[in-house]
Write a protein that binds this ligand. Structure first.
Ligand SMILES: O=C(O)CCC(=O)C(=O)O
Length: 257
């Protein structure tokens, strides 16, 4: 069962991830909060150009450096259900690619891919990436809901082809969808008349380089104001015994100056 109820536990999500590679939990944000986030990110996106290639989407606006631009996602990034799942799957992790994705009308479906493909790791391997997709519109087949290939997280030398069965991740705004880094998926085609907003908060094992360089993307004067757990997720952490030190010390010390 990859769509759970609002009261889903870490164990429920882990069971879905094991079977299908993804799990949907509705009702994390109520409608009003989801709408507030949608309004703020839509305003931010007004200054953002459309994508530069088919993967980003020529009709799609992507908001990068999210944690410099809004405080409304701090709670999503550190939600107890999310951290509980990540603790089990990745153990020690940080944010990799936090991105607001407004798929615009007329955008065709994105190529299916898996998020850990950016790391040259031979399959099979332990999970090193987990992505949380937060829809701030109702995701539908018409407006570009994420497309997934259930079970493909276990594929070793296989890639999707024309015969591959694809599931459309329809879900209400305010849900969270987890998927593991080996799962084949992609953004859907938007055949509606308004942009579809989803925020991906992708996390990676802390021994790997995150896709976005948050240390440069989010200035220290902002990071200083954030909860310690979020600072850690933005790169102010040390993977034992000492990956990530600065001048021989924990990077958190830099925030004390
Ligand atoms: O927007 C989506 O539904 C998924 C986007 C995605 O997978 C990506 O850009 O890597």
């Amino acid at each position: 069962m990859s769509t759970l109820t609002t009261t889903a536990t870490v164990a429920d999500v882990l069971a879905d991830l094991d079977t299908d590679g993804y799990s949907i939990v509705p009702g994390i944000f109520d409608r009003a909060e989801a709408e507030r986030i949608r309004a703020e990110l839509t305003a931010i996106a007004e200054d953002v150009p459309c994508g530069r290639n088919a993967f980003e989407g020529f009709h799609t606006r992507r908001i990068y450096a999210l944690f410099r631009k809004t405080r409304l996602l701090d709670g999503a990034a550190t939600h107890p259900l999310v951290l509980g799942v990540l603790d089990e799957v990745l153990r020690h992790y940080q944010l990799s690619a936090p991105t607001g994705i407004l798929i615009g009308p007329g955008e065709p479906a994105q190529v299916l891919h898996h998020d850990d493909a950016v790391y040259p790791l031979p399959r099979p391997h332990d999970q090193v990436v987990v992505t949380c997709m937060w829809p701030f519109d109702d995701f539908t087949e018409v407006n570009g809901a994420t497309r997934l290939v259930p079970g493909s997280h276990r594929w070793v030398e296989r890639s999707p082809d024309d015969s591959t069965a694809v599931t459309i991740a329809e879900m209400p705004a305010g849900s969270v969808m987890f998927y593991v880094g080996t799962l084949w998926h992609g953004g859907g085609a938007n055949r509606s008349d308004r942009p579809r907003l989803g925020v991906v908060l992708e996390y990676v094992a802390s021994w790997l380089r995150p896709q976005e360089n948050h240390i440069l993307g989010v200035p220290p004067e902002i990071v200083r104001q954030l909860p310690q757990r979020l600072q850690e997720l933005l790169g102010y952490n040390v993977y034992p015994p000492f990956l990530g030190y600065v001048d021989g010390r924990h990077p958190r010390r830099l925030l004390e100056n």
